[in-house]
Design a protein around this ligand. Structure first.
Ligand code: SAM
Length: 211
């Protein structure tokens, strides 16, 4: 059996910390989550490469650096509740679950949601709930969220996401047309007062139904 830990620590140091992500909770979480368990079996040896990788359903598991950048922009800390849109493999949900108390993650493709749910259970992430469905509507039943992270991009911010943010909460998502997306962080300052900040140019799969 291959020990992937050295490759994982190397990834955290070279691809993430050296590029400026300094959030210790995120660096620690990513040093622990076995990314090799979240990629297709034949791609395990590439699990710690500096790249997104294909998963089922023509989707992707995001590049490790982007997962770190988003989690750190989400300002995650113990006791918080997070909503993720686009479960995919479940990797980003596992990273966040090591930091916060509860992660609700929504995936529209039932096959991906089922696989991620079983994987997260097998790996002991009991504080993640995988919901099969359309994430554009968010999850009103569990709102408000301290952070909402979307791993799929759209031209507009779905209104439900803004309204389901706690006051002080952070929404991190790729915004803009395919091929010209910017990762943005939207912070809810007051009831109807939001501030938006651009973080980086990114390339994500589309948020289906996001507009
Ligand atoms: N966070 C994932 C991981 O760690 O593997 C990567 C997710 S992948 C980049 C984006 C995911 O968003 C895809 O699995 C896709 O099916 C999902 N998606 C796209 N539109 C969606 C929607 N409207 N609701 C829920 N999931 C959606």
């Amino acid at each position: 059996m291959i020990d992937y830990r050295p490759a994982r620590l190397n990834m955290v140091e070279r691809q993430i910390a050296r590029r400026g992500v300094s959030d210790l909770a995120v660096l620690e979480a990513m040093s622990e989550v076995p990314r090799e368990e979240f990629v297709p079996e034949n791609l395990r040896d590439y699990a710690y490469e500096d790249t997104a990788l294909p998963i089922d359903g023509y989707q992707t598991i995001s590049q490790p650096y982007i997962v770190a950048l988003m989690a750190s922009a989400g300002e995650l800390s113990p006791g918080q509740k997070v909503l993720e849109i686009g479960t995919g493999s479940g990797y980003a949900a596992a990273v966040m679950a090591r930091i916060v108390s509860r992660v609700v993650t929504i995936e529209r493709l039932a096959s991906l949601a089922d696989t991620a749910r079983m994987r997260l259970t097998r790996l002991g992430y009991g504080n993640v709930e995988v919901v099969t469905g359309d994430g554009v509507a968010g999850c009103e039943a569990e709102a408000p969220f301290d952070a909402i992270l979307s791993a799929a991009g759209s031209r507009r911010i779905p209104p439900a996401w803004k309204s389901q943010l706690a006051i002080g909460g952070r929404l991190v998502m790729p915004l803009g047309p395919l091929g010209d997306q910017i990762l943005v962080k939207v912070t809810r300052l007051k009831d109807d007062d939001y501030v938006e900040k651009a973080l980086a140019a990114v390339r994500f799969v589309p948020l289906i139904g996001g507009g």
